[in-house]
Every structure is written in structure tokens, then in C-alpha cells.
Design a protein around this ligand. Sequence first.
Ligand code: SF4
Length: 171
Amino acid sequence: MAEREPAGEEEISDRKEPLLVSACLLGLVTRYDGGDERRGTVVALGERYHLIPVCPEQLGGLPTPRPGAEIIAGDGDDVFAGRARVETADAVDVTSAYVRGAAESVKLAGILDARQAVLKARSPSCGCHEIYDGSFRGVCRPGRGVTAAALARAGVRSWDEDDVAEGRFGR
Ligand code: SF4
């Protein structure tokens, strides 16, 4: 059998750009309630991008399923500034796991040289335009989640699944 040739310049230039994607959007059962958030429009990005599934809350060491949580008194940027925290509905502080998952996600983006991400809307980790407001009543406020904030600080630009479905992704 012929030995495989090492990758030449042409093969390297044909490689798809890496794209970090919230794992739940690809159909992985990573949601806090043990479900997924699969979106066909996001999965279809695999035709143009090398999709890298990431679930920051799992990377932060949390189990699945796990108690839902929201950011209290701010957004992801406020968490890093020490002005806000992440809590479950029972007031258990899970901030450190969320921050750890954000750091691991940034590390993964760096290892694979991903400059863009498509993240799950409104999640306390992944939301990149708005998040739940900490009242646990399904109310949203402007702001981004802990991982979305960390990725932005690392120079990774993020969109959500609505941006993909409505044609804003990549613009
Ligand atoms: S942390 Fe992000 S990837 Fe993981 S389940 Fe929540 S929204 Fe999906």
C-alpha cells in the first residue's frame, strides 16, 4: 500500500477555517436539562467550516444534567470584573465553574486557531447578545455570557444561531 504523502502547501491552503460552535447547537446532549439545541442551519456550516464543538459548562467541570443557572447582577464582563456571579435558582454559587469553562474554551480556540464562534443564544455561558437577567423568570437583558465575554477578550468574534438563520453570520 502506498505511503501517505505529507501535507503539501496546496492541501494546507484547502483546509477549512476552524469555527468554535456551542456543542448543543450541533445536537450533542450538553444542555443543563440533558437535552440539545440542534439547529440544521448551524450544522450545515460544516460544509464551509471545520466545526469544533465546545460546551463551556462541561469543560468547567459541571455534570449533565445540572441545575440551570443565571448571571446575577450583571453579565459575563461583570463576572470578570468581580461585580456579578453565576448562581443556580437555589442560590448555589457556580461562578468558578463557569469561569473555568470559559478559560478552557479560550484555550481550545487558541490551540485550533479559531477566530470565530457560533454560540447558543441567551445562555449564561454562550449568549453573545443577550442573557437571562438573573430573575429565573425567563426575562432577558442585553449582555453576553461568561464564555462569550472571555472569547471576545481573546479576539474571537461570536454570533448566535439566530444570526446564522437570518444571514448575519460572517458579516
Ligand atoms: S454551555 Fe453553551 S454549549 Fe453547553 S449546553 Fe449551555 S449553551 Fe450549550
